[in-house]
Design a binder for this molecule. Structure first.
Ligand SMILES: NC(=O)c1ccc[n+]([C@@H]2O[C@H](COP(=O)([O-])OP(=O)(O)OC[C@H]3O[C@@H](n4cnc5c(N)ncnc54)[C@H](OP(=O)(O)O)[C@@H]3O)[C@@H](O)[C@H]2O)c1
Length: 248
């Protein structure tokens, strides 16, 4: 299927590894120019080179730095002048016991997993609407549907982002802009490999018998950004291999 987005311009946050990288790769394969981001410039450059090798002819712009920092967000928003697609993503907050989280810990999580996305939407959505086409995809978590006790910071900030963006949909839908959330269950990324506490809670996917391949999320993201997905708006798309035990 031709997704109809060749030549479009995308911002993909936190895209040097894992799910963000998979989204950037899938979009680039469709001929979308991508501005990618991550804190480690060397990892970012490696991923940029891999995308260029995979998707000849697309422009890949690297913006190194934390998505929490406004200059980084401004550089991403300005990378192609008029972005058509925004994929909001960031690292997950640390696991732990809520009794240990002070105000600074909470503010850091809100900054990274809620306000960064809100700010990038603020910088890009009106331009998309004025041009009559826009796709915003937020990578959140299955924890929005089923909060995971050990990642309370994630449960709270992602729930906040979810409700915030739903409230935006009515003012953008008639102007060609969609805003949807992708909710990963357990996927095979560093996030899962490097945190024993999170892994224990997330990898027991007895229903699917496996964990997710990031490329599966990348392909879903690319479809949501396609011309065919213009009538999908304000949705929370759970990708957990059927782990969630309910129809709604
Ligand atoms: N994998 C799963 O099973 C799963 C399940 C539910 C939710 N999620 C959520 O999905 C998101 C992506 O997770 P992942 O599994 O793809 O993680 P990952 O493999 O660890 O990759 C995270 C990516 O984000 C970048 N990053 C982290 N913090 C950043 C920041 N402040 N600014 C810019 N870039 C940043 C990292 O690069 P640098 O370190 O170089 O910055 C890396 O490229 C996370 O929020 C995670 O909590 C994942």
């Amino acid at each position: 299927m031709d997704l109809g987005i060749k030549g479009r311009k995308a911002i993909v946050c936190a895209a040097s590894h894992g799910l963000g990288r998979a989204c950037a790769m899938a979009l680039a394969r469709e001929g979308v120019d991508v501005a990618i981001n991550g804190r480690d410039p060397e990892a970012l450059a490696r991923t940029a080179a891999e995308i260029r090798a995979e998707a000849a002819g697309v422009a890949v712009h690297e913006v190194a730095g934390s998505i929490v920092d406004q200059p980084v967000r401004e550089a991403l928003a300005a990378a192609f002048g008029e972005p058509d697609i925004l994929v909001n993503n960031a690292g997950g907050p640390p696991p732990g016991d809520y009794r240990d989280w002070d105000r600074d810990t909470w503010i850091a999580a809100v900054d990274q997993n809620l306000l960064s996305a809100v700010e990038l939407i603020r910088m890009t959505a009106d331009g998309m609407a004025a041009r009559g086409f826009g796709r915003i995809v937020n990578i959140t978590s299955s924890a929005v549907r089923v909060p995971i006790p050990v990642i309370g910071l994630s449960n709270a900030t992602r729930a906040g982002l979810t409700n915030f963006v739903f409230g935006l949909v009515p003012q953008y839908s008639s102007r060609g802009v969609t805003i949807n959330n992708l909710l990963p269950g357990p996927f095979d990324t560093n996030r899962l490999r490097h945190s024993k506490e999170i892994t224990r809670h997330l990898t027991g996917n007895a229903v699917a018998g496996r964990i997710g391949d990031p490329a599966e999320m990348g392909a879903t993201c690319a479809f949501l950004c396609s011309v065919h997905a213009g009538y999908i708006n304000g949705q929370n798309i759970l990708m957990d291999g059927g782990l969630y035990p309910g129809a709604f």
